[in-house]
Design a protein around this ligand. Structure first.
Ligand SMILES: [Mn+2]
Length: 379
């Protein structure tokens, strides 16, 4: 697969960026899998995985006739071959998906019920299928993280959307591989004990940390003042490549920490990756020179007398030319400006779950009254 992807990236990256609904970096290997033959699946339930031995089940029983088995195997293989794409072909979610209305949803934080309600409202609003993008923090703190994660993974696998990695999603990956201890406030047990845990972890670590959609730049937390949209995508891609590669567990072990707190193009190794992750998934307030501050967690702005600024108000921010859509900052609440849109409206804290339609900037919101009052742990 690597050869083909590299080839496509080198040759067509610019053109694909214009054609594809999202960055080419957002496509995980499983989305390159051959099409699933639903007709065969309905008639003869088949356990199918690319490259595996197919086990046929006929009317609930393993197929006993070698001839019948052979015939089914043959017809299945022919159909599969007809539908299959080469493994290295990076396939867009659907041709024409860019014509669908595109909605961005803020932090779910394990609020699966509200997610389901909001997805229904989106379908009504769009009058049919829509593309749904999530800005990260699908899980943790809320009551139903496993359901929320399964729901978004299923939606993305079906080609109907994509999810960015937030700090809580990265935390789950780290806890799952023993690179970090579970915190008291974490509500990740159901995911870690789930029968589909490995598939969910695999899916999650192949998600992007930034994407472009309808001319908007989407990130979980923020964009360092030195980065324009293109550099943000490239730097997110560096972390994505490591998370998808053999060194992903070592990366998660070295990911935690607040330093280096200021971006520098000369950073390298784990310090570079950590700085990228901290800006994209944790940043809220910065000093005027762009040094990230991680002490002020709960406030909607800088403490009185401080010179700290929200990252999006830093002077000379190079991403000003592109509208940045982000989540992560529930104390800030819904923020609608021409240059930035903040979508974490505090669902898990008793606020709302918000979707923004990128095509016309309309909003859909679901109330989440039954959850916790705004408390100590946020974001
Ligand atoms: Mn967050």
């Amino acid at each position: 697969m690597a050869v083909g992807v590299t080839f496509i990236r080198k040759s067509y990256h610019r053109r694909l960026q214009q054609i594809l609904p999202v960055s080419i970096n957002s496509y995980a290997p499983e989305q390159c899998a051959p099409a699933y033959d639903t007709q065969i699946r309905r008639r003869h339930r088949t356990t199918f995985w690319p490259g595996s031995i197919h086990q046929h089940v006929h009317r609930g029983k393993p197929c006993s006739s070698p001839n019948r088995h052979h015939r089914l195997q043959k017809s299945f293989s022919i159909r599969r071959a007809r539908n299959a794409e080469p493994r290295f072909y990076v396939k867009p979610a659907s041709t024409g998906i860019e014509l669908l209305r595109t909605y961005v949803i803020g932090d779910l934080q394990g609020c699966a019920h509200e997610t389901a309600v909001l997805l229904n409202r989106i379908e009504e609003d769009a009058g049919g299928p829509a593309r749904v993008l999530f800005v990260g923090d699908l899980i943790n703190r809320g009551p139903a993280s496993l359901d929320a994660l399964r729901r978004v993974a299923a939606l993305a696998r079906a080609g109907a959307g994509e999810a960015l990695l937030g700090n809580h999603d990265l935390h789950l990956l780290a806890v799952a591989v023993g690179a970090q201890k579970m915190a008291k406030s974490d509500t990740l047990d159901a995911i870690l004990g789930a029968p589909d845990r490995d598939e969910l972890i695999y899916w999650l670590r192949h998600r992007p940390l930034a994407m472009m959609a309808e001319g908007h730049l989407l990130v979980h937390a923020g964009v360092a003042p030195q980065w324009d949209a293109a550099q943000t995508m490239a730097l997110a891609g560096e972390v994505e490549a490591v998370l998808r590669g053999p060194g992903w567990i070592d990366f998660l072990r070295g990911m935690y920490g607040n330093e280096p707190a200021r971006w520098d193009d000369g950073l390298s190794g784990i310090a570079r990756l950590r700085c990228i992750v901290n800006a994209l998934t944790r940043m809220r307030l910065c000093a005027p020179d762009g040094t990230m501050d991680f002490k002020e967690k709960e406030s909607a702005g800088a403490p009185p007398g401080s010179s700290l600024l929200p990252w999006f108000d830093l002077p000379g921010r190079r991403s000003l030319g592109t509208t940045v859509v982000f989540g992560h900052w529930s104390a800030l609440g819904l923020l609608l400006r021409d240059d930035v849109v903040g979508l974490d409206s505090g669902c898990v804290w008793g606020g709302k779950l918000t979707a923004l339609c990128l095509n016309d900037r309309s909003l859909l919101q679901v109330d989440c009254p039954e959850y916790k009052e705004p408390g100590k742990q946020k974001g």
